[in-house]
Structure formats: C-alpha cells, structure tokens
Design a protein around this ligand. Structure first.
Ligand SMILES: Cc1ncc(COP(=O)(O)O)c(C=O)c1O
Length: 429
C-alpha cells in the first residue's frame, strides 16, 4: 500500500529512510488524511489506515461519530460561540455542571475552561499559585504537559528546552517510579527529601503536577503507592495536587477518570482534547475555592468554553454512557494484550507490553538491554505502510503506542493488530 507523505516527509525519508520522527529533534512528517470514519482514516490517494493513534490518544468516540456530529450541527444552527466577558452559553454551563458531578472529587467543585491541554495545565498552576501564594511546582521526569512555556517547562522529557520553558517557573522534577525508568519509590522519596533539605522548603511549593499514566514517556502507569504518597505530601504541606488527565480521561483507561483506579482525590483535574473529540476544548475541574481564584480575577480567553465544542462534549459523554465505553476500553486493552503476548513469542526485540485500558504500548530493547530506537522506528514505519497508524513514544523513542478510538469494532481491532504484527515480523532494523 502506498501512503503519501508530505514534501517534508519525503525529504526526511531521503535523509533517514523514515517519514516518522524517531528522535525528538526532527519534526514528524504527517501522513495526509482526507476522510475519517470511526477508526478508519483515508488518505487523498484512497489508502485506508486503521487509526491506532486516536487523535494523539485524545479521541474517544472515533472520527465523525454520528451522535457527536449531529450535536455539533444542531449547535451550529443555534449559535457558534459567545466569547464576551461575563457571558456564557447554556451548553458550557450545563457541561460544567455535568463534569463537576462526574469528577471523582467529593468536595463541591467548579470548572474553568481552556482551549488546549497545555493551556489548562497552566491555568491549574495559576490557580494553585493564587490560592497558596507560593510559586514552586513539583513535576515528574517523563511527564508531558504540552507545548506552551509553563507546560513545556513542567514536561520532564528530553526536548529542545531552549525554545520553550519558563525560566521563572521554579519547577523541580522528581523521578517517576516505574520498572521502565529504573527508579523505585524509595528513589522518589529520597529525591524529595534531598530537595527539601537543599533547595526548597515544602512551604514554598504551590502544586504537584502528575499524570496517572505517563503517555509520552511510553505509557507508564503510576503505582497506587506513588499517588497515595503524593496525596499525603500535599495534605501535609498544604500543596495543591493537580492531576493531568488530558490523555487518560474520558474512559480511555477503563474508567471515566483514570484517578478512579487509584482511590485518591485530586484538588484539580485537567481535562483536554478527549472531551469534545476533535474540537479544541479543555477544562480544569476542582475544589471551588481553588477554581474561583481565577474566576475572581476574571481570567478570560475569547474561545474558552466554546459552544460547539461544549455541545460535542455533551454528546461524547452520552455516547460513553450509552455504549458503555469504559468497559469497552478495558475489553480492547485485554484483547490487544492477548494478541500481542502471542506475537511476543517470536519477537525478541519486544522488552515489554504494558498499559491500562485502551492506552497500550510495546517497548523495544536490544539483547544488551539498550533501548532499540531503530527497531521501534522501522516497525512504526512498516505498520503505517501496512495501513495501521501508530505513534512513537518513550523517553528514548523506543516505544510504539496504541490508543484506539473506544468505538473501534472487533474486526478493525483484529485487522489492525494482524497488520501490525505482520509488519513487525517483516521489519528488521
Ligand atoms: C498529559 C498531557 N497533558 C497535556 C497535553 C497537551 O495537550 P494539548 O496538545 O491539547 O495542549 C498533552 C498532549 O499530548 C498530554 O499528553
């Protein structure tokens, strides 16, 4: 199958033999997509791709879900948006009410809107700083929170930080305990003690920002002990716990919010692109006094709480409920795991298969234990050429990520995995 690539992609192929970015200093060249329907994307040349990347992992209900599209259309016929200060729409206010009821926070909640995940993360940090009067923020190695200045500064993956970051942000990183990072819980605790002894008093920390599953780092699920430790730290020192669920909500991990797996409460939850399935809408939901810090300051952006995106988000929540997409995510993850465990028997380069719900990953390593970056890239290229859209990840770019639309049919799942496995077996770095 011929998958057309952009001129930039062709140039990249000439240099590297790959249209994908297997490292972080070369921009990926996009495959040109013309149409999408549920889990299937079509290129301008008519090639068919099964979408195992779900809009960067943020897509829940697939491409152009009929219920979501008709909600968007109905809203377009009434009102596109109103961006005036001190005005809102019925769609946005009722969506806020609905999310506040669903969020796993027992205290009374409020919602503040943003447009993207990065913006929402920044907004949450602003709330924490305003509420505590403190400045420092703790984040985790391997985290990814977006491309704006503060969000990038909070992201603990190897990037060109000279072009981003926020020098005044007072951000400190802790190791993320996981088998794949080589760090244990004790390492994290020791780093924290050292930090508090040498660089920062706990009373200077406004917030801890964490993901329940680090997607960009290669789908690393936090342990319950880590999250409970972090909650206890925040309680002890009056620190705001911000959980970034931009990729893990809604339903992707098998629960509406990934936090529900761990039985802890955040103070602020960041939601983003999965909310409205294709339209830019993000939110910070959390304890009222925290969210009201920005409401009192009349922090406002023109496109926040966009009416069409809010109407789409209502429809996404309806579909998640009516089609039981939380249990579907868990089933998809199990089916993927069973099939990939079979495939692993003949693939020595696979070092790990992991994930939570429908957020999955294959990690490639050489027999020496070194990250097999080349194999990951070659397999990802071969998979795309075979008609399966996957994405590379991992701090060493040696991981292939699978993030299916939760509306994916069993046939498309099976077909996509078959194509991936055949591509993997045929691809030798
Ligand atoms: C956990 C997490 N937070 C925030 C973001 C940034 O979201 P956006 O691209 O909408 O700014 C991402 C994007 O990948 C993400 O994975």
């Amino acid at each position: 199958m011929h998958i057309p690539v952009t001129p930039a992609g062709a140039a990249r192929m000439a240099h590297t033999g790959s249209p994908l970015a297997g490292d972080r200093d070369v921009a990926p060249a996009p495959v040109l997509i013309e149409r999408g329907e549920n889990a299937v994307l079509c290129t301008a040349g008519g090639a068919r791709l099964i979408d195992f990347s779900a809009n960067g992992g943020a897509g829940v209900t697939g491409h152009r879900h009929p219920v979501v599209i008709s909600a968007m259309r109905a809203q377009l016929d009434r009102l596109v948006h109103v961006g005036a200060p001190f005005a809102s729409t019925a769609q946005a206010t009722s969506l806020a009410d609905r999310l506040e009821t669903l969020a796993p926070i027992a205290a009374p909640c409020s919602t503040a809107w943003a447009t993207t995940g990065a913006e929402a993360v920044e907004l949450a940090v602003t709330m924490a700083r305003l509420a505590t009067g403190r400045r420092a923020v703790l984040a985790f190695a391997g985290a990814w929170h977006g491309e704006t200045g503060m969000a990038r500064a909070l992201s603990g993956v190897r990037t060109d930080t000279s072009s981003g970051g926020d020098a005044g942000a007072r951000i400190q990183f802790l190791p993320f305990p996981h088998a794949a990072t080589g760090a244990g819980l004790d390492d994290m605790r020791r780093s924290l003690q050292l930090l508090f002894r040498t660089r920062l008093a706990p009373q200077e920390v406004a917030a801890v920002v964490i993901e329940c599953v680090q997607g960009e780092a290669g789908v690393l699920t936090a342990s319950a002990t880590l999250l409970h430790d972090v909650r206890a730290l925040c309680d002890r020192h009056g620190i705001v716990l911000i959980v970034d669920e931009s990729r893990t909500a809604l339903a992707r991990t098998g629960k509406l919010f990934a936090l529900e797996h761990f039985d802890i409460e955040a103070d602020l939850i960041v939601l983003a692109d999965g909310l409205s399935d294709g339209l830019p809408l993000a939110a910070v939901i959390g304890r009222q006094p925290l969210v009201q810090t920005v409401q009192r300051q009349a922090v406002q952006r023109t496109m926040w709480g966009h009416a069409v995106a809010a109407a789409a988000a209502h429809a996404v929540l309806d579909v998640i409920h009516d089609d039981m997409l939380c249990s579907r995510a868990a089933d998809l993850g199990r089916a993927w795991m069973n099939r990939m465990q079979d495939a692993r028997r003949t693939q020595t380069a696979i070092a790990d298969l992991r994930g939570l719900g429908a957020m999955r990953a294959v990690e490639f390593r050489r027999p020496s234990g070194e990250p097999d970056v080349l194999q990951a890239r070659v397999v990802a290229d071969a998979a795309i050429a075979a008609g399966v859209l996957v994405s590379l990840g991992g701090s060493d770019a040696n991981v292939i990520r699978f993030q299916f639309p939760l509306t994916l049919s069993d046939d498309d799942l099976g077909d996509g995995i078959d194509r991936f496995v055949a591509a993997m077996n045929g691809a030798q770095a």
